[in-house]
Ligand binder design. Structure first.
Ligand SMILES: Cc1ncc(COP(=O)(O)O)c(C=O)c1O
Length: 448
């Protein structure tokens, strides 16, 4: 292929410009006044992964950043406040920080030095996760410590491969859909619907309380449920999760439960883990993260629980294959960061986490009140850091642009999370308090 491209380039080098075929869908024009070296580097002989070519546009958050930067370019003096991306802003509290610092300092001593660790994570951290966060409901050997929930979702997909069908909540965190597309589980994007053929979209809307009717949806091999939910901010009730576990067990589906926002749950009797539901160990995997617990979005630490008894249809334990994925593609979370994770789970660390989460939940309360006072229907924000505002039929991208221009506030259009998010706006409570208050003042004027 490389050679044939070179021959083609030489043959046509006298022409003003020519087109090098790279694949059927993409052709690149190279001007003849560029050097031959440049021309030969224009493409390789490697065919693009056809599944990547199916992916729609860019990943949502870089697209929001692009629009924000375009606005800043045109309005260089703009004072933009971001209520957009769900990134934490408050500093890491002292007891947890000390864990990280001590973890780093230990590496400078002969006794404290450690190199590669177990790919599954340090034994003491796996034990603490089981004990402190799951009250012993799961065994430490079922915990895989990682560099975050997002990476784990991709690793779980590696294990499932291309031949499974996946079901997602619509709207949902885009990573479930995009990784399914990358793995080759789908056909093309249906542009009219904004949905990929081959994925089961489970509708979440105001009428069903933003929780899907899993039983009424077609069967899928893998069912992704996120609670508390990004983007709707709604936490699933015990009854809803019981019904989902029941349906998954009856249908022989694996439930991938994303509990990254579990520490925000304040309502009594709302489960923080799927393993609080009877029977879940026969059908569920849980992904989780220290990102939102302790402001570890940049530090990077998460974990996945794969129950020992969970099995594929041929009887192979799922944990065995996930262990194979982890030991092959991951060399263990940073030892410094795992020391920080242990500090999170100490009594002092857990207290700090609660204070941090309270701060963000107060922000969410301020945002909720602002939109309720403006007369909007508002969801989420009580057990989650996101509020989801109904725009009464208005387009979410148009409203995003209008708010950016009128109030210089960045939000996230619900449509970015799937067609089911159209007509809604997601606001994040992770901004500093002054930013939230100022943004609310501006929004009151812009949206009145
Ligand atoms: C639902 C959900 N899961 C997972 C993640 C990513 O977590 P991590 O930072 O551990 O990769 C996010 C991040 O925003 C999220 O919203």
């Amino acid at each position: 292929m490389k050679l044939s491209l070179a021959v083609l380039a030489l043959t046509l080098s006298s022409a003003l410009s020519f087109t090098i075929p790279s694949n059927a869908a993409h052709r690149r024009t190279v001007n003849s006044d560029t050097s031959m070296t440049t021309q030969l580097q224009a493409t390789t002989g490697v065919a693009r992964n056809k599944n990547f070519a199916k992916l729609a546009g860019g990943y949502l958050f870089p697209e929001i950043g692009r629009r924000r930067n375009a606005y800043l370019e045109q309005n260089p003096s703009a004072n933009i406040i971001s209520l957009g991306i769900g990134d934490t802003t408050q500093p890491i509290p002292s007891a947890i920080l000390k864990g990280l610092v001590d973890g780093a300092a230990a590496l400078g001593t002969q006794d404290g030095y450690s190199g590669y660790g177990a790919e599954q994570g340090k034994a003491d951290l796996r034990e603490k996760i089981s004990e402190v966060l799951y009250n012993g409901l799961i065994d430490p050997s079922e915990v895989f410590v990682s560099d975050g929930a997002k990476c784990d979702i991709q690793r779980i997909q590696n294990m499932f491969g291309p031949d499974v069908t996946s079901a997602v909540q619509d709207p949902s965190y885009p990573v479930y859909v995009d990784t399914s597309v990358m793995m080759g589980q789908t056909q093309q994007l249906d542009e009219a619907k904004g949905q990929y053929d081959g994925i089961v979209y489970m509708e979440c809307n105001e009428a069903n309380g933003f929780y899907p009717d899993v039983a009424a949806s077609p069967r899928a091999d893998v069912v992704y449920i996120c609670s508390p939910n990004n983007p709707t901010g709604v936490a699933a009730t015990r009854a809803q999760l019981e019904e989902t576990v029941k349906v998954c067990k009856e249908r022989g589906s694996i439930l991938v439960f994303d509990a990254a926002y579990a520490p925000f749950i304040r309502s009594s009797d709302v489960p923080k883990s799927i393993f609080e539901i009877e029977g879940a160990k026969d059908c569920a995997i849980e992904v989780n993260s220290f990102s939102k617990y302790a402001g570890f979005t940049g530090v990077r630490l998460g974990w996945t629980v794969v129950p020992e008894g969970l099995k594929f249809s041929d009887g192979t334990p799922v944990r065995q294959d996930f262990n194979r994925v982890m030991t092959t593609s991951f060399n263990g979370a940073s030892n410094i960061v795992q020391a920080g994770g242990l500090a999170c789970l100490s009594p002092a660390g857990m207290k700090e986490i609660e204070t941090l989460i309270d701060y963000y939940l107060e922000n969410a309360g301020i945002l909720r009140k602002t939109f309720i006072d403006l007369g909007y229907n508002v969801y989420g924000g009580t057990d989650a850091p996101y509020i989801f505002v109904s725009l009464n039929g208005k387009s979410s991208w148009d409203t995003f642009s209008e708010i950016l221009e009128k109030a210089e506030v960045v939000t996230i259009p619900g449509a970015g999370f799937g067609p089911g998010g159209e007509g809604f706006l997601r606001l994040s409570a992770f901004a500093p308090r002054e930013g939230v208050i100022e943004a609310c003042e501006r929004l009151k004027k812009a949206m009145a």
